[in-house]
Design a protein around this ligand. Sequence first.
Ligand code: 15L
Length: 274
Amino acid sequence: MSRIPYRPVLLTGASGALGRQLARYLADLGWSLVLSDIAPFPDRLSPNSRFERVDLADGKAVLRLAEGCGAILHFGGVSVERPFDEILMPNIAGIHHIYEAARHEKARVIFASSNHAVGFHERSAKLDDDCQLLPDGYYGLSKAYGEMMGRMYWYKHGVENVNIRIGSSLEEPNNERMLSTYLSFADLCRLCECATLAERTESCVIWGASDNRRSFWGHDARARIGWQPQDSADDFAAQLVGAVSRDPVVERYQGGAFTVIDRTREDVPRPIFG
Ligand code: 15L
């Protein structure tokens, strides 16, 4: 049987697609949860969970929200590429509010970072966790900033953090790129469980992907938290042959379609086929 954290766990972004999966999984483990989002929580609350509607831009409200919590699973904020002024408060100011709350509560942060923090690496590269941050837009930049904030809060304040560079977490992969980036909901949930319960994490990065043969990613800190993915995108490979875009930029970089949103460079990278 899984252990239960001795202090409640705060989950931000609880009303989002991944937040809802986590809220259900962790409640089923018997964890005491504080759920939060700017949008109402659409599901039935389990007896050990309570929900509070909070805007991440409101630092005082985030401090109050985290009172008594031992870990913060931070899945809140904008989760797609948007103009900078829409990212600024929820993601950039928001992660600062989360870290201030964690410092205050001596809590660990488990941060939903993203592959878009490194999205301009080429697909032919196999990246380790210490690779160069290479965001593919303002959203990816906010995730890179969140990871760097984690490092700073660890070295300066001793706040532990696990930064999960999530690939594509959805029911099933739906294009060729996702044969590399797919993270099943079940693997994500187990990863967050391990990251919360681990004895000691310091500040580390974990690639949020299932056991995909075509993965873009290599070494990370998974041994430190005792996590191994159990699912794989490989079973979907046959049905996804040819599920690619016609755009050479999209197909060249790990970040895929995010790399061309609002792109104004005119040169097209060399063709990767032939
Ligand atoms: C992400 O970070 C996004 O939140 C999600 O909507 C997907 O686009 C995913 O990355 C991806 O790269 O597939």
